[in-house]
Design a binder for this molecule. Structure first.
Ligand SMILES: Nc1nc2c(ncn2[C@@H]2O[C@H](COP(=O)(O)OP(=O)(O)OP(=O)(O)O)[C@@H](O)[C@H]2O)c(=O)[nH]1
Ligand SMILES: [Mg+2]
Length: 444
């Protein structure tokens, strides 16, 4: 429980008594949302998801309030009449927090809190809190901290004047008081700057790893998709079937944002071709921009990929919308334009027969390990499509070509003969053309 109090910084206060109280009780929350007319978003799903986010942040959802509007109310998110209804609901349920389904402006929060007399938070804050709870590595923690402070900065400044009006206690004391930064804009800015600097240093290390990986010449394939779609499960299925024995499995679990860090594993296919597979953080509706920016370095793996496996929870009625959200986020990080295989996972929970391959789509079940071979075939066809299999004879005074092929191609066989090294290899079409003078025969 202690960890929970440490991590939900937006929700817990420094004041000892209250902190202990909140550690033993779940905070009661009301989920509120505005259903904008003619919007393409699936409002009901988003509200369910919002409740899921609240539960993941260890709250108890005791009520829900939805309003149909042409547009969001600029001053107080929901309409004035609805605020009265919300007050009644708060009184009836004893709720301590109201959560908005959209990101609120600092002034909207201020006005609503003034009206309602309890804390008002939003979807963005919940997502940031969950990320904070899940972050394990130094880099992930720093990235989340930067995003949270950036989110907090304008809101604390707005809050300052408001608090000076006095008379607010308990939950109204800003949770992030723990950081003791709240009334000091400069200190927050300095903190952000120093965190970014530390991140930059870590970035150099990551860069070294990346260039090492590039040197290995192995294609990089990344798993991307909505949170909880089964990306890590697919990674584990592939590692189990084609990874090396010492490769550890990655964490898979039925919860939002189980994965925050990128993990890379080497997959060796039966025909001796290999590639690197990266598991990455999941996406969600309205993933906060600050968070995407902060996670840019983690997501560089995705941007660098030769191929993306877009994993979709096919059992989820809303999956078409998830596809859109993922595609939008990929555009935002600059990973559009990379070839994609759509992996419809959890087909075991649907009526569709599997395994099934339709063009660049595969319907499978990571859980039941059905369709994994078909997926691997699709991957292999895509990443090795412009590879040539050939035989070459490299004279001994051209040692640098041989090392180039060792690093950038798959040398399948090598024999040292009098005139040079006779190799059978798979290499890129462009490399084959470049070194054609040494070619003995083209096999494929
Ligand atoms: N029925 C069924 N469940 C699956 C399948 N694949 C994954 N799951 C379950 O779905 C849940 C989420 O799986 P993960 O692999 O952790 O999902 P993820 O996409 O990595 O999620 P994040 O890391 O949160 O983005 C787990 O409870 C899995 O057991 C499948 O093929 N069928
Ligand atoms: Mg995962």
């Amino acid at each position: 429980m202690a960890a929970q109090a440490d991590t939900c910084v937006f929700l817990f206060t420094e004041k000892n008594n209250e902190r202990i109280l909140k550690m033993t009780e779940k905070i009661k929350a009301i989920a509120m949302g505005v259903n904008i007319k003619n919007s393409e978003d699936n409002f009901d799903y988003m509200m369910e998801e919002l409740k899921g986010l609240a539960i993941a942040c260890d709250m108890e959802v005791v009520g829900e309030l939805a309003q149909n509007l042409d547009h969001i109310n600029k001053a107080h998110y929901i309409g004035s009449g609805k605020i009265e209804e919300l007050k009644g609901l708060i009184e009836f349920t004893g709720a301590e927090v109201v959560i908005a389904n959209d990101e609120l402006s600092p002034s909207q929060i201020r006005v609503l809190e003034d009206e309602l007399n309890i804390r008002v938070i939003d979807r963005t804050m919940l997502i940031l809190d969950i990320f904070a709870q899940r972050a394990r590595t130094r880099e992930a923690k720093l990235q989340v901290d930067v995003a949270r402070l950036q989110y907090l900065l304008p809101r604390l400044i707005g809050q300052k004047d408001y608090d000076q009006q006095g008379g607010r206690e308990g939950l109204h004391n800003r949770g992030a008081g723990e950081t003791k930064l709240e009334l000091d804009r400069r200190r927050i800015e300095d903190k952000i700057a120093s965190l970014k600097k530390e991140l930059e240093n870590l970035g150099y290390q990551r860069e070294t790893q990346r260039s090492k990986r590039k040197k290995s010449g192995l294609p990089l394939v990344s798993l991307v998709g909505y949170t909880n779609a089964g990306k890590s499960s697919i990674m584990n299925a592939l590692v189990e079937m084609y990874g090396s024995a010492q490769d550890k499995k990655v964490f898979e679990k039925d919860m939002l944002f189980a994965t925050l860090e990128t993990s890379v594993r080497k997959i060796d296919l039966p025909d001796r071709e290999s590639f690197l597979l990266a598991d990455t953080v999941g996406f969600i509706y309205k993933l906060p921009h600050n968070l995407i920016k902060a996670f840019r370095s983690t997501l560089e793996e995705v941007v660098d990929s030769d191929l993306l496996l877009h994993v979709i929870d096919y059992s989820e009625a809303n999956h078409e919308k998830f596809i859109e959200v993922t595609e939008e986020t990929l555009r935002e990080i600059g990973a559009d334009g990379i070839p994609v295989i759509q992996v419809f996972n959890k087909t075991d929970l649907t009526d569709t027969e599997m395994p099934l391959v339709v063009n660049n789509r595969v319907y499978l079940s990571a859980k039941e390990r059905i369709g994994i071979k078909e997926l691997v075939q699709l991957i292999s066809d895509e990443i090795f499509k412009d590879f040539v299999e050939c035989e070459m004879l490299i004279p001994y005074d051209q040692g640098q070509i041989l090392s180039y092929f060792h690093e950038n191609a798959h040398v399948l066989k090598i024999e040292y003969e009098e005139e040079g090294a006779r190799i059978i290899l798979e290499c890129k079409e462009s490399d084959y053309e470049k070194y054609q003078d040494y070619s003995v025969s083209r096999i494929k």
